[in-house]
Design a protein around this ligand. Structure first.
Ligand SMILES: [Zn+2]
Length: 268
């Protein structure tokens, strides 16, 4: 319990940093410099006005200097990151498998809001995240056994690290290739761009963490939710379906979070 509460507090801090990434990476700005400042009055934000959740509540959601509204996304990302970190350490215990899932949750939350606000899935998160996923596969089992079954058919017995890494690579490559082929076909048939390459790179990242089954489930859940909720929104808000760009990455991120939380083999 103590470990899970510590994870929650650490998650709040990571969430606070994710907010900086969500604002700066889609704008090609550095996340290191300059220090945090209000985008409205450009005044630097003091450390005591930058405490996750607390400062937002104490300031009533407004900048201390110019009283401009602070988007609700700031405390929301902090709280969601804290809760995800709590959940994974609570269910998996304070060990590497939980830290791997915490890293995935942080990547997914950042991507969810980058795509929602700017329709951009930054390479730092997708490709950088895929490298992290492959690196984790050296130390933590990937929650899948497809590569093992396939290699068994070929007469090879994959075990331990070799298997974890093979599951991660297979998960990174195949679902992403499937999505890319789908987008290519859509473009050929409908003569308009169906999806960005960012979505393909996003699937490489998710597969490297969750393996092929988790990635395929993410693809299925995310595109289903995206079609239903996306078109409901277009209809309710009377958007033009020809020009409205659906934030597919947002739906895929939410789906991947659900899949990561439900992955039953992780608990074995
Ligand atoms: Zn301000």
């Amino acid at each position: 319990m103590t470990a899970a509460i510590l994870a929650f507090l650490f998650g709040l801090l990571i969430g606070s940093f994710l907010n900086v990434c969500i604002y700066r990476w889609p704008r090609d700005l550095s996340v290191v410099r300059p220090r945090s400042h209000c985008p409205s009055c450009e005044k630097p934000i003091a450390w005591y006005d930058n405490i996750p959740l607390l400062s937002y509540a104490l300031l009533g959601g407004r900048c201390r200097q110019c009283r401009a509204r602070i988007p609700i996304r700031y405390p929301a990302v902090e709280l969601l990151t804290g809760l995800c970190f709590f959940y994974f350490v609570w269910t998996l215990g304070p060990a590497l498998p939980a830290y791997k899932m915490c890293a995935l949750a942080a990547l997914l939350l950042a991507l969810l809001f980058c795509d929602l606000e700017e329709r951009i899935l930054p390479d730092e998160l997708t490709l950088g995240g895929a490298l992290a996923g492959l690196a984790f596969a050296f130390f933590v089992p990937t929650p899948d056994s497809t590569a093992q079954s396939l290699s068994w058919l070929a007469g090879v017995n994959l075990t331990g690290r070799a298997d974890w890494l093979a599951e991660s690579v297979l998960g990174a490559v195949l679902p992403a290739a499937l999505l890319w082929a789908g987008g290519w076909l859509y473009e050929k048939v409908r003569h308009r761009e169906g999806l960005g390459f960012g979505d393909v790179k996003f699937m490489v990242m998710v597969g490297s963490f969750l393996g092929i089954n988790g990635a395929l489930l993410t693809l299925l859940l995310g595109s289903l939710a995206g079609s239903i909720l996306g078109y409901a929104y277009i209809w309710i808000a009377r958007k033009d379906p020809k020009t409205y760009e659906l934030p597919l990455g947002t739906f895929l991120s939410a789906a991947a979070l659900v899949v990561a939380m439900a992955a039953p083999r992780l608990r074995a």
